[in-house]
Design a binder for this molecule. Structure first.
Ligand SMILES: [Zn+2]
Length: 170
């Protein structure tokens, strides 16, 4: 892993930004580079994942059935759309992050995203809905709720690494 400190921040311009990059070898996927930026000046954080080789557009679908499935490794690039039907769709875009984690990490991120929207939500109906989604995710995090996770990536830089995941063309 390499790290550069006190770099100029692309968001606030202060020289308080730490840039890191790391090379990871992911079994059945290959080598990837993980980049991250972290600014002590303005609090900006950003990360993304880039594979060492060019890949074809892809779509992965995983049926989450038990607690064991929580450890399945997930590579998500900033260009991927993450869908959990009946829970959330996180579109790709400038604010979308790339990361390497496992299913548990994905569910925790989704939970945090719903939690932060709940904090700013005024409408009672929408609040109830968000709270129910958080409960559903909490059940899934102990293997007691069946969910489907879909990753669609036109850059092909994402994967759900398991024999249980179905890979198809996008
Ligand atoms: Zn900054």
């Amino acid at each position: 892993m390499s790290e550069l400190q006190n770099q100029e921040c692309p968001f606030c311009g202060e020289k308080k930004c730490t840039l890191r990059d790391e090379e990871l070898e992911i079994p059945f996927f290959g080598k990837v580079f993980v980049f991250s930026l972290d600014c002590a000046g303005c609090g900006a954080r950003k990360s993304d994942v880039e594979p060492a080789e060019r890949k074809e557009p892809c779509k992965y679908t995983l049926e989450l059935e038990s607690e064991d499935d929580l450890t399945i490794k997930v590579v998500k690039s900033g260009e991927a759309t993450l869908k959990i039907p009946h829970v959330i769709t996180i579109e790709s875009g400038p604010a979308s992050e790339g990361y390497v984690t496992n299913v548990e990490g994905v569910l925790e991120r989704v939970k945090a995203a719903i939690q932060s929207s709940l904090d700013s939500e005024e409408d009672d109906g929408a609040k109830d809905k968000a709270r129910n989604l958080i409960k559903k995710l909490n059940r899934a995090l102990v293997g007691r709720e069946k969910l489907k996770i879909i990753l669609e990536d036109p850059s092909g830089n994402s994967a759900i690494i398991s024999d249980k995941a179905q890979k198809s063309k996008l």
